[in-house]
Design a protein around this ligand. Structure first.
Ligand code: PLP
Ligand code: COI
Length: 340
């Protein structure tokens, strides 16, 4: 099997592959998974996902190592988070085992699209769950669709591991303290779009949202969590309105292993002054070093590092994370699922 894809210049985007997976929930039970080449879905026009946002999803990656082994990073954690998101908006959860089976099979059926070791790319999986019963009243759907597709992808932020500029926004909120922030639901991303489009037009890579109640603490970026480094400490926000990033969870373990103190607590905007390094982390973003954060309304700017290179701790974390993902370093925390 061979393809003429230039894996080293892939953007983070949709790329047609051969197969995707599907399963259907009806009368209280899930169907057996199906695998199809069809890229189109046929769903009822009154589906709850279309009108009332009953939709949640996941994002995870598979990597090809130098040894040719395919490793899927923290597959079970993503399966569990989809259950959390589904419960959060009253959808039928996808059983963890079914999630795992369908993701693995989608990778196997699209093996020729897995970027080779060293291309700086990976196979991104997008599991997604939709409410599909035809309803007009606002209530949880009685029927669901669960799908998984994949795409070979390059870096989410186009420069890869190069420091970016980010913007703090105060005139938009992504999620409320008792809202849907910890669920990976489409509505949170819709809520982030106006701020994101404006920030990009103003020359920034992305935005950081603040806590919606006090506008005092850093919540997270549109597609990633925040972390900062100061005096041997890895500090990352604790908030009831952010996604529990699996990358961040992994970095906390790696940071602890590097003898950094790991601290999860509310992080004020003013505290940015004290950080020697700052970053955004997530499956798509991996670790994106941040060189400057501009607080748009307050007109303050915070700078990190020399403005050109990632700091030493951010770099060490990045190398360890990537090393485990592609099999160059020992998977001492047992994060990878080896594709059989
Ligand atoms: N925060 C948001 C809003 C995200 O969309 C993502 C991406 O999944 C993350 C954080 C990072 O989470 P993870 O590391 O699990 O991909
Ligand atoms: C991910 O990192 O997997 C995400 O879902 C972020 C983004 C592409 C929305």
């Amino acid at each position: 099997m061979s393809t003429d894809i230039d894996f080293s210049s892939l953007p983070f985007g949709y790329f047609k592959t051969d197969y995707n997976a599907r399963a259907y929930y009806k009368d209280g039970r899930w169907s057996e998974p199906e695998y199809t080449t069809d890229e189109q879905l046929s769903i009822h026009m009154a589906s709850t996902c279309l009108h009332y946002g009953q939709e949640c999803f996941e994002g995870l990656k598979a990597f090809c190592g130098k040894d040719g082994v395919i490793r899927i990073f923290r597959l079970e954690e993503n399966a569990k988070r989809l259950v959390h998101s589904a419960r959060g908006i009253c959808m039928a959860p996808v059983p963890v085992e079914m999630f795992i089976t369908m993701c693995k099979q989608v990778i196997r059926l699209n093996k020729k699209y897995i970027p080779p070791f060293g291309a700086g790319a990976s196979l991104y999986l997008r599991p997604y769950l939709l409410g599909t019963a035809a309803q007009v009243g606002v209530s949880p759907s009685t029927e669901y669709f669960f799908g998984v597709f994949c795409s070979p992808v390059g870096p989410y932020f186009k420069d890869g591991f190069k420091p970016v500029r980010m913007q703090i926004v105060r005139d938009f909120d992504r999620a409320a303290p008792y809202g849907t922030g910890t669920y990976k639901v489409g509505g949170n991303y819709a809520a982030s779009l106006q701020a994101l489009v404006r920030a990009k037009a103003e020359g920034y890579s992305s935005v950081f949202f603040l806590d919606a109640k006090e506008k005092k603490y850093i919540d997270e970026a549109g597609p990633a969590n925040f972390f900062g480094i100061k005096n041997g400490q890895y500090i990352t926000p604790r908030s009831s309105s952010i996604l529990r990033s699996i990358t961040n969870m992994s970095l906390r373990e790696l940071a602890g292993d590097m003898d950094l103190a790991v601290i999860e607590r509310p992080v004020t905007v003013e505290e940015l002054t004290d950080f020697s390094e700052a970053g955004a982390c997530g499956t798509a973003a991996v670790i994106t070093p941040v060189k400057e954060i501009v607080d748009r309304e307050v007109r303050t700017s915070y700078r990190f590092g020399d403005g050109e290179h990632a700091g030493p701790i951010t770099t060490a974390l990045y190398e360890r994370l990537m090393g485990i993902q592609n099999g160059e370093l020992d998977d001492k925390f047992n994060w990878n699922t080896i594709l059989d």
